[in-house]
Ligand binder design. Sequence first.
Ligand code: ADP
Ligand code: MG
Length: 701
Amino acid sequence: MGHFLQRAVEDITGVSPAKGELLRKELGIHNFGDLLWDLPFRYIDKSAISTIREAKSATEAVQLKGIFTDKHIEGNGHKKRLVATFEDGSGTLEILWFQRARDIDKWIVPGKPYLIYGKLQDYRGKFNIVHPEIEELTLNKTVTTGLEPVYHSTEKLVLRGLDSKGRRKIIKQLFSQLRPEELPENLPESIISKLRFFSRYEAIKRVHFPTSPEQLTAAKNRLKFEELFFLQLLLLRSKIKRETTIKGFIFGEVGELFNTFYAKHLPFTLTNAQKRVIKEIRQDMGSGHQMNRLLQGDVGSGKTIVALMCMLLAADNGFQSVLMAPTEVLAQQHFISISELLDGLDIKVAFLSGSITGAPRTEILESLKSGETTILLGTHAVIQEWVEFKNLGLAITDEQHRFGVAQRAQMWTKSPVHPPHVLVMTATPIPRTLALTIYGDLEVSILDELPPGRKPVVTTQRSEAHRSKVNSFVQEQIRLGRQVYVIFPLIEESAKLDLENLQDGYERLLAVFPRPDYQISVVHGRMKAGIKNEEMERFKDHKTQIMVSTTVIEVGVNVPNATVMIIENAERFGLAQLHQLRGRVGRGADQSYCILMTSYKLSKTARERLDVICRTNDGFEIAEADLKLRGPGDIAGTKQSGAFEFKAANLVEDQAILKTARLMAEDILQRDAELMMKEHYTLRQFLQTEYKYKQDWSRIS
Ligand code: ADP
Ligand code: MG
């Protein structure tokens, strides 16, 4: 790639070393390439300026043109703020700055025209805007297009003349030096013509200097496509590569263990979805290639039994399996329930976690090494270096989103001949766009059917005013012989506070549900594993009716007799978490309830989250809503994968583009897996340079 794009920002006229330093520090912009790819995040129509009077009834952010008539600093210390009065002839408005108030104070010149952009807030009947985007308005310059790009900026940058306008100047300078050859085409001619794309250079240019809304959209789409396409190409290529070069153990036989279990031990009939998925997995494991499959299914769709039957299949073919769970509690649960299910079959199951030490550990390790133990269940302890298998054939992770890519990769090293078959299971569904991006190099199976007879959980939101009603409801359910969870949130900053919170809640419950009529279990993250399990067992065995807990029980715990889930401070939980927690009830035949206790005042997004949870039980729908509400960056799993950060694409908005990109990538690789054809030279070239770092990442899924 041309080293033009690598030139330091200071090489542009007007960018002093001080400004360069700020760009690096504040926005991570080091060189010409970074500048080009820091795309405008918004476009303003200079003609669309509202008046302050109109703005007071607007629900969206507005653009205003006017002057400052007054400004002064108020308050002291961290409450210090600049309060400025902004006026445009139709009315006045207060503008507030809390950060860098003194500097902004010096920078603003009363009487000079400014353009500001922000959302009006009604503060006790007075309107204001806090930290607006702001730029000096140059009056003598007419703007020809209605679309002016707005670039990211910060108060520090504004003060240095690097407001959006200042940044536009830099980009203009850059383009005056940028020749089209510096941004060579990276897509094959066939795609460009089929999708009627601008050339790469043209597209970038039009995104920075749009001439019409239509062209802007077209240019943006090309850049979005490009990003998504290359990532898909990379993911699919590593998938194909793996399939063609990495051999897998062949589990050709359905043997005695599997058949006996199916005929005599399985306590229910498999759902059609479970049957289909087991078949898909069997095909993979019999193919001679190493399996890499993602199993997606909603809470309660019955992933565990699928995992177990696959492990039996491995055993029938003479191989060991491991199932790794993210928490000790969940791993223990798996151990207990799987041991029960397998009772009477000739197969040895062991449990391993960090809390198992000394002689018991040595014994487990030896029986793994000798091959005496066939199935190992546990926490991430099972993939540590000192754990050696005789012949590991299948590695499964439950609740994959809790693990990093590195842990997944570690599984590969556990078998010397071929890597084991790998199955990763999610806790809740992932939106399709995310699945294609995070797990785009895996095969995917979906359990899209719940076992029969499940009644959807009835979910409601309640506030403190309803407390006594909620309590009587709980008493009634307990009288009917049911059990209840009460969950307290984790406040991450302070484990001590969490505990106090939980302790307070526990004491309040004790007052309402006194011994000996009621028995309450408590489980939290800071408990010793042994005690935690004991408490869980007491609840499971119905020795206690109420389980008070932090989110440690979030995933996997299975007590079918529990019918009420009360979530305290529900507004503090994310959607996926709420859905997971709710999934702890509704596991038996009885009608179950989820009660979301909240404070009176809720933020808009908290309200939206709670509405979604009350409205639907469908994990796939909730996952989509979650993605929309939070954006891709915050969804569990994406951070850990961390390998992609899109400049143009947006996984919420660009589903259709992603789909096209995936199809086109598939099509190309089907014809030319190694990208050796002449027409694919540019692709290969581009992948080898620009996407090199991502390659390493995708190899190890
Ligand atoms: P998840 O997919 O959330 O991990 P589990 O594997 O824990 O779900 O299964 C949830 C519950 O449903 C368990 O009690 C399990 O025994 C039960 N279950 C699983 N499959 C079936 C089925 N086909 N019919 C009836 N119950 C089932
Ligand atoms: Mg599970």
